[in-house]
Design a protein around this ligand. Sequence first.
Ligand code: R5P
Length: 335
Amino acid sequence: MSTTPLLFSGSSNPQLAEAIAKRMKISLGDALVTKFKNEETRIEIRENVRGAEVFVVQSICKAPNGNGVNDALVELLLMIDALRRASAARITVVVPYYGYAKQDKKTKPREPISAKVVANLLKTTGTKRVVTMDLHAAQIQGFFDIPVDNLMAMPTLCNYLKREGLSDDRIVVVSPDAGGVHRAELFAKRLNSSLAIGFKRRPQPDVSEVTDIVGDVNGKIAVIVDDMISTGGTLAKAAEAIKARGATSVHTVATHGLFADNAIEVLANSVIERVIVTDTIPILQPAGEKFIQLSIAQTFADAIGRITTNRSVSELFSVEEIKLDANFVEPITVS
Ligand code: R5P
C-alpha cells in the first residue's frame, strides 16, 4: 500500500477538509461531487487511487451549498463505493460530526436505531476505519466491527478557555444533563475546577427543561460543556437555571454547533455570554460576536498522520502528554 495518504472531501464541510489538508501539507484529492439534473448525487473520483490509503472527510450535516443532511450521507456512501471500485487499498471515513447519533436507541416502540443504520451503510459500502469526534454516545463505536477513533475536541476547547482565564477555582464546569457528566468531568479535571450537573427533561423532541442544578455555582463563572448544540434550548435553559442560582456569568462550549431552526436567535437572546463551538460543522448563518468557532483541523490532521504511520491515536489526548498550546489555533470569526 502506498504510504502517502490521499484526502478527499464531500460537500458538507469543505473548509474543514481544506484546513486538514493544509496541515497535512497535501492537496485535496480531485473528485467531482455534484448532482444530476434529476437531483441524484453524482460522484466521480478524478485521479488514480489504486493501492492507496484513502481518507474521505464528510460531516453528516447541512452543507454550505444548500445540500441537506441526507445528501451528505449519500455523497459519503457513493464516494466510498467509487473509491473501493477504483481499488483503493484502505478507505477511512473521517466524519467530524456523526449525524443521526442521537437516535442511538429506541425510546418508544416502532422507532429506528438510525445511528446503527448509518454504521451498517458505512461498513457495507467498504469503509475499513472510522475517525470521528465526540460521538453523542461513545457506545456508538460498538455499532461497528471495524476500528473507530473517537477523537476529542476537549484539548482545543480547554486550551482556549485557559487562555481566556476561564480555569481553576474561578469557574465551575457544568454538564447540562446526566448524559454529559463524563465529558464535563474531563474538562473540570483539565481546568482544575469544580463540577456541577443539571437535571434535564425533554417533554417532547427538541424541547428541553432544566429543572435543577446539583453542585455549587454561586459566585462562580459557569462553563457549560455539551457535545452539541441543536435548537439551543438545552444551553439556554441550563444557563438560566445556573444564573438563578447565583453564577456571575455563564459561558458555553460544545463540539458540534448544528444551530438548527432559530438556535442562533435563542442563544443570542439568552443570558449566555459566549457560545464556543468547533468547526466540525460549518456555521451557515450570521451569528454575531457572542459566537466563537475554533478549528479542530490540527487534531484530525494529527490523527490521520498517526493512523497512516501506525502510531497511537489515544496519545493525542492523554492529559499528561499534551502541552497547553499544542492544539491551539486562533478562533474563526463568526459574524
Ligand atoms: C443531548 O443529550 C445532547 O447532549 C445535547 O444536550 C442536545 O442535543 C442539545 O440539543 P438542543 O440544543 O436542541 O437542546
